[in-house]
Every structure is written in structure tokens, then in C-alpha cells.
Design a protein around this ligand. Structure first.
Ligand SMILES: Cc1cc2nc3c(=O)[nH]c(=O)nc-3n(C[C@H](O)[C@H](O)[C@H](O)COP(=O)(O)OP(=O)(O)OC[C@H]3O[C@@H](n4cnc5c(N)ncnc54)[C@H](O)[C@@H]3O)c2cc1C
Length: 471
């Protein structure tokens, strides 16, 4: 199918990339405009000057329930660069390790043995936890999303220990917010989609290459083949309007680029500045400015030796939440095969408490935590460390947030929103961003009289989960 319709996609994050790829594959003439010199948006990498290596702004992981993200990677030929992990490790504050993997049982029983094996809870606590999980999945209050998890959990029999060492661990990692800023609906979704509905939902997908290779080098070539034109370092200053119709964009260098349709895939806090005040003041545009965000920090550490005998681990009850081993890297300035440092990334989601703390102090605390995990880390020397904080990393999934998130079709003819902040029903994640891009593309196809389903269904719900939880 080849279309005469021209589409401009503004923003080369995952939402823009997904919209551009879907519309390119549907035969549209697509141009993607990105203000920065690279694609990937918030899922990006940079060169660390000391180690001269490309490192990610933060480790990004996806899950088996992220069906649109999986489709995006498969359709663009990058799925082989993402590895699925079917075994996780939890390390308790006392250092006890619990292996977490699915048993050969149908969902939702597949993870029950793993939950019952968690060594840092007593059997009574585990029963309490299971009752809490069941109540959350069945909760009618989730439909109204008026309560935070910090309020809901104690009211449903969850003890401080369960809250700190289970609920907080899972939800802060998944939603990147503190429990007082997570609504019940978002929390329910994490457990329903990730742990209950389908056997594969919980699996963790980890890129094996830096993000800028995944979404940059690899996709650029693929887009060329699709006929999608990518223009980097091309910032958009304004959306050009004729009355109530979008007709193109004005670039920061004043050039006018015309198009039939525009997908605006920039972060929510960049939207209103692209419109005259009369338009930017409309409710659908103002909603974007009301959305709150949460920070995520990552601590990058290079040691002279391996400090952990696992590829990744969830650390319970510590400042470090999740540690990933990213392999050996050559020592800068030294030659020879055996000269290497061991590179680790530690993720701290919802890192509000780091604000104002000196970088060196945070790194020291994380190093102490990591080197206390195994005897092999004793005597390990940190060669280089850095803390990276993205202050507006993701949308805060506070109670009621979904009511503020706009749908792709706007009141301006020919203008569509995309981005992890739009009304995808998903938290702001790579899945949410890809979903929004596909949805915007779907809306363009519908408005062009060629409706086509582009957003992929969620994983099928097992019969037992339907029966037990009414999913
Ligand atoms: C530290 C961190 C860790 C994260 N970890 C995870 C994770 O583990 N798993 C997960 O699923 N998600 C994670 N996320 C969230 C995920 O990265 C985002 O949800 C997703 O990348 C958002 O994509 P997007 O396209 O909606 O927005 P963005 O990535 O923000 O893309 C918007 C693009 O628009 C461009 N732009 C802005 N203004 C203009 C303009 N005027 N003209 C042209 N271009 C413009 C920007 O440069 C940017 O490239 C993390 C995010 C961060 C920051």
C-alpha cells in the first residue's frame, strides 16, 4: 500500500519511532524530526569519558507482558539484541538468596512455588502476602483509582515488613514511584499483567547492547529501507496551523516543513510551547502540563574484579534496588587481553531521596552494599563510579492520573499526540511509548479511511486466572 499522504513525526523517542515505523510500513511518506543528534529519547546512551565506553543513561528492561514493545523489536529486526531472563534472584537484607522462576504450572499458579520459596518471609507472612495480592487483583476500588498503595496496603493486612520487602521492591521497580504516589489501578495492572494473567508476563527482557545502538544505529538502517526519512538535530519550534488544521511545522531555524498529518511525540512538558497561547490553553493541552514526573538514578561502577556471581539481582531493603552486571570492559589506556574492569549498573527508581546528597556519598553507599553481597567481592577496588539521575524520568502514576492523559486524536485536525504520557492505560514505559505510537498511527489510518488494527492485544489470560480473578 502506497499513500500520497505525508506525515511528520516530531520526536524520535520510542513513541515517535513506533509511529514512524507503523506508518512507514503502511505505505505513508514519513519524515521523523528529532531535535537531538540521536534517536531513542529517554532510552539513550552516552560516552563515559573516563572509561571511553558507551553507557546507557540507565538500564532499561521490558517484560513478557509488553506485547507492543516485543512486536516493535521483532518487526524492526532488533529482537535478537534483547535477551529474555527466566530466572531472577532476590537478595534479602541479611544476604539470603531466593531464586525466582516459574514452575511448570498454569497461570496464576506458575509463580506460587517461587513466592513460597522467598527465604526472607515466614510462611504466615507469605499467606498474608497471597491474600493481599488476591485482594488487589479483585479490588473494585482499582476501577476508581482514588487511593494510593501506601493507604491501601496496611488497610488490607499487609505488615510493614511485607510492604518494605515485597510490595515496595516490586512496585517501585515497575512504576518508578514511591508507594504514596502509586494509585491502586496502576499497582493492580503490574501484578495482573505481569504475574497473574499469563505464564510469560513476568519474564524480564534485557538489551544486550547499548540503547543507542539498539534504537539508533540498528533502526536508522531499517528506517531507510522502509522509506522513513530521519532528520536528526532538527528541532521543531512551532506547529503551523491554518485555523483548526495543522499544516506543518516551523523548525527552530525558521524553515517551514509542510505535511498532511503530524504526530507530536515529544514529552508532555514540551507540548504547549509549540502552540499559540489560545490553543495551548485548551483543556487537552493543559492536561499534559498537570502530569507529574518521578526521577530515576543509576549508579555506574567499574571494579577491578567481579563483585557478584549473578548476571543481575534484586536487592531487598537497600538503597540499591536492582544490580546488573554489564560485563568486562578494557581498561582505558592499557592494552592486552587480560586488562579489564568489571562494569555494574545499579538502578534506584523513584530516587527522590537522593536529591541534594553528594554524588561521592551515594556511590560509597552503593559500593558498600555491593561488596557486602559475596565473599569474592572482598578487597575489590572501585576504579571509577558515576551517578546519573534523570529528574523527569517517568510519569508519576499517582491516583487518578489516567483521567488526565489525552488520547491520540486532538481537537486540531491532522494533529495527533503520542508519548508514554498519553492515555495508553500503561505506565510510562517503553511498552507505553510504543503503544502510543501505534495508536496514533492507527488513528491516522482511521481518519484516512483505511482503518487497521495496529495496537497489539495483551497476552491471553489463562482460563484459571479468568476463573479465580475474573480477569
Ligand atoms: C532513567 C530511566 C530509566 C527507565 N527505565 C525504564 C525501564 O527499565 N523500562 C521501561 O520500559 N521504561 C523505562 N523508562 C521509561 C522509558 O524510557 C520511557 O517511557 C520512553 O522511552 C518514553 O518514550 P517517548 O517516546 O514517549 O518519550 P521520549 O523518549 O522522551 O522521546 C521524546 C523525543 O522528543 C524529542 N523532542 C522534544 N522536543 C522536540 C522538538 N521540539 N522537536 C523535535 N524533537 C523534540 C526529544 O529529544 C526526545 O527524543 C526509563 C526512563 C528513564 C529516564
Amino acid at each position: 500500500m502506497v499513500s500520497e499522504t505525508t506525515v511528520l513525526v516530531v520526536g524520535g523517542g520510542l513513541a515517535g519511532l513506533a509511529a514512524a515505523s507503523a506508518l512507514g510500513q503502511a505505505g505513508y511518506s514519513v519524515t521523523l524530526l528529532e531535535s537531538r543528534p540521536r534517536l531513542g529519547g529517554r532510552a539513550s546512551s552516552f560516552v563515559d569519558a573516563t572509561t571511553e565506553s558507551r553507557i546507557d543513561n540507565c538500564q532499561h528492561v521490558s517484560m513478557g507482558c509488553c506485547t507492543n514493545f516485543d512486536h516493535f523489536c521483532e518487526s524492526l529486526g532488533i529482537a535478537h539484541l534483547i535477551h529474555t531472563q527466566r530466572e531472577l534472584w532476590f537478595i534479602s537484607p541479611q544476604g539470603e538468596r531466593s531464586r525466582f522462576a516459574a514452575a511448570p504450572l498454569p497461570a496464576p499458579l506458575h509463580l506460587l512455588p517461587a513466592l513460597l520459596r522467598l527465604r526472607h518471609f515466614s510462611f504466615r507472612q507469605k499467606l498474608r502476602l497471597l491474600r493481599g495480592l488476591s485482594a488487589l487483583i479483585k479490588s473494585p476500588a482499582a476501577a476508581h483509582d482514588e487511593q494510593s498503595m501506601a493507604e491501601w496496603l496496611p488497610a488490607h493486612g499487609q505488615t510493614a515488613e511485607l510492604i518494605d520487602h515485597f510490595w515496595q521492591v516490586v512496585l517501585v521497580s515497575a512504576l518508578s514511584e514511591s508507594l504514596d504516589r502509586i494509585g491502586i489501578a496502576s499497582a493492580r495492572k503490574v501484578f495482573a499483567d505481569g504475574f497473574v494473567a499469563n505464564r510469560s508476563g513476568w519474564e524480564v527482557r534485557i538489551p544486550s547492547v547499548p540503547l543507542d545502538r539498539l534504537y539508533g544505529d540498528e533502526l536508522t538502517e531499517r528506517f531507510t529501507r522502509l522509506g522513513v526519512s530521519v532528520r536528526l538535530k532538527t528541532g521543531v519550534a512551532a506547529i503551523e496551523l491554518q485555523g483548526e488544521r495543522a499544516v506543518g511545522v516551523r523548525l527552530r531555524d525558521e524553515t517551514l516543513v509542510e505535511a498532511d498529518r503530524i504526530v507530536l511525540a515529544v514529552p508532555q512538558d514540551r507540548v504547549t510551547a509549540l502552540f499559540p497561547a489560545a490553543i495551548g490553553g485548551r483543556a487537552e493541552f493543559q492536561a499534559a502540563t498537570a502530569l507529574e514526573t518521578a526521577p530515576i538514578s543509576s549508579v555506574h561502577l567499574w571494579f577491578d574484579r567481579a563483585v557478584l556471581d549473578l548476571p543481575h539481582a534484586v536487592l531487598v531493603g537497600r538503597l540499591s534496588q536492582w544490580v546488573f552486571y554489564r560485563g568486562e570492559v578494557p581498561i582505558p589506556g592499557e592494552e592486552g587481553d587480560d586488562a579489564s574492569w568489571h562494569y555494574y549498573q545499579v538502578v534506584i527508581s523513584a530516587s527522590h531521596e537522593l536529591s541534594g546528597r553528594p554524588q561521592a556519598e551515594v556511590i560509597e553507599q552503593i559500593v558498600q552494599e555491593l561488596t557486602s553481597l559475596t565473599p569474592q567481592a572482598e578487597g575489590a577496588t572501585l576504579q571509577h563510579g558515576r551517578l546519573v539521575t534523570e529528574h523527569k524520568a517517568v510519569l508519576s502514576m499517582v491516583p487518578g492520573v489516567d483521567a488526565l492523559r489525552p488520547r491520540p486524536a486532538t481537537s486540531i485536525d491532522g494533529l495527533y499526540f503520542a508519548g508514554d504520557w498519553t492515555a495508553t492505560g500503561w505506565p510510562s514505559t517503553m511498552e507505553g511509548a510504543v503503544r502510543s505510537g501505534y495508536w496514533a498511527a492507527e488513528q491516522i489510518l482511521t481518519d484516512s479511511g483505511k482503518p487497521m488494527r495496529l495496537v497489539h492485544e495483551e497476552l491471553p489470560v489463562s482460563l484459571l486466572s479468568k476463573f479465580l480473578f475474573g480477569l
